[in-house]
Write a protein that binds this ligand. Structure first.
Ligand code: PSV
Ligand code: MN
Length: 426
């Protein structure tokens, strides 16, 4: 299923005059405050977030999974789903594949499909947290950290294979997330597990093409509940430094213990030129994989404030691989992803509104109240007309959720694919 340009133009007709009125009012107000509205709108339009191939089907828990029907059952269909998201929002111009779930059978056909929908291939993800059929070694007790050399070698080879697959599609980075760790005290020697992981990552790093990077993701717990080998940004950064210049830390919002100061983490990593990727989601308790901005939108705004500062002031840090990493147990996955994309754009737009000069001056005067006023002044602005404008300028729709519903996208997907299709993934 593909959304046609005419459908978008047709949908926009009814909302255009309302949008224009709201946009003009806001643009006028912001310009008077000194904001460069055109530049904010063009930054919003340029901000693209990758969709993970595993988020296009309904999520689930170990207690059950309830489908939304019409799920994509192969890679072509997953790319079509991302195409739908991108044509409505114009902010989802990339897909992040997970191997072995997404191995293309025909590389050219997949590349052509993605190209026609304006979708790029973002970071590729390896999977050494599940045993594959016919694999000779098991990851039950870890992969890159395992005490067995044969297991480590199998996991290293898998990562090299993933690089090779991604390279054929035009990806430029490998994301490594490990489930390795232990469930009980005494089960692992921490130092051996960490050193094995470092050595394995170095072997993978040696196989990176020269224009690639390696993103090392951390997570404090789950699936292991006593210790995780790459538990936090410190462990990730040490491993990245141990590999070399092309290895970076990847921050996933859900992978922190409650109340961690994530904005400070991203800030310092950017200062050191070591923040390589970012996974968006939200959570109430732990790694809950909820819709971005659904629980702690102010925290997301504060994180974006640091990201914007870093993007403007830290040339030592590379462009980031942005990705949504969420799951949707009770929502249509595509609607949930649209809401996440919208929340990301909203936090970004608000962060772009912060008067950085005034903030710096207030900081130098230790005017704590003024600092807070500046941040909250930006946060309290309803920036939605700016986002609508950015979408319209790029050929998207004013209101993606309303368009998705009025174009009956899910119904169309069910008619095309059938009801009980199941997407591969987590
Ligand atoms: C598991 O927690 C996880 O959600 C990580 O965030 C990875 O990025 C993702 O799975 C895919 O492996
Ligand atoms: Mn993640």
């Amino acid at each position: 299923m593909k959304i046609q340009k005419e459908q978008i133009l047709d949908f926009n007709k009814s909302g255009l005059s309302n949008h224009k009125e709201n946009f003009d009012f806001l643009a006028n107000k912001l310009s008077k405050q000194g904001a460069d509205v055109d530049s904010i709108v063009s930054k919003l339009a340029g901000f693209q977030v990758a969709i993970p191939s595993w988020a296009l089907g309904a999520g689930g828990t170990r207690f059950g999974r309830f489908s939304f029907y019409g799920e994509p059952s192969n890679l072509e269909q997953k790319i079509e789903d991302v195409g739908i998201l991108h044509s409505l929002t114009q902010t989802a111009g990339a897909v992040s594949l997970h191997i072995p779930w997404d191995i293309p059978s025909d590389y050219n056909a997949i590349k052509e499909k993605a190209n026609a929908l304006n979708i790029k291939f973002d970071s590729v993800n390896s999977n050494t947290f599940q045993d594959q059929k016919d694999a000779s070694e098991s990851y039950k007790y870890g992969s890159l950290s395992n005490v067995s050399k044969a297991v480590r070698e199998q996991a290293i080879q898998h990562n090299l294979d993933v690089i090779n697959i991604g390279d054929k599609l035009g990806s430029k980075s490998l994301t490594v997330w490990l489930a390795d760790g232990s469930c009980f005290p005494g089960q692992n020697n921490f130092q051996t597990a960490f050193q094995n992981t470092q050595n394995s990552l170095v072997d993978i790093y040696k196989g990176l093409p020269s224009d690639w990077s390696m993103l090392i993701e951390y997570k404090p717990y789950e699936p292991n509940f006593y210790s995780t080998v790459i538990q936090d940004w410190g462990a990730s950064l040490m491993l990245a430094n141990g590999c070399g210049d092309k290895a970076y830390t990847l921050v996933d919002l859900g992978h922190h213990l409650p109340n961690s100061n994530i904005e400070q983490i991203v800030s310092i990593l950017q200062l050191k030129g070591k923040l390589g990727g970012f996974h968006f989601n939200d959570s109430k308790y732990g790694d809950d994989d909820l819709t971005v901005g659904s629980i702690k939108p102010y925290a997301l705004f504060l994180i974006f404030n640091e990201l914007v500062y870093g993007m403007e002031n830290n040339p030592q840090n590379p462009d980031l691989a942005w990705m949504i990493d969420a799951s949707h147990n009770v929502k249509d996955p595509l609607e949930d992803l649209i809401q996440s994309l919208e929340a990301i754009q909203e936090a970004y737009a608000k962060a772009l509104l912060i008067d950085q000069k005034a903030l710096k001056a207030a900081q130098l005067e230790n005017d704590v109240v003024k600092c807070q006023e500046i941040l909250q002044g930006a946060y309290r602005t309803d920036v939605r007309p700016l986002i609508e404008k950015a979408r319209l300028n790029s050929g998207g729709v004013i209101s993606p959720i309303n368009a998705y519903r009025s174009l009956k996208v899910r119904e169309g997907l069910i008619a095309e694919r059938g009801k009980n299709t199941i997407a591969t993934g987590l």
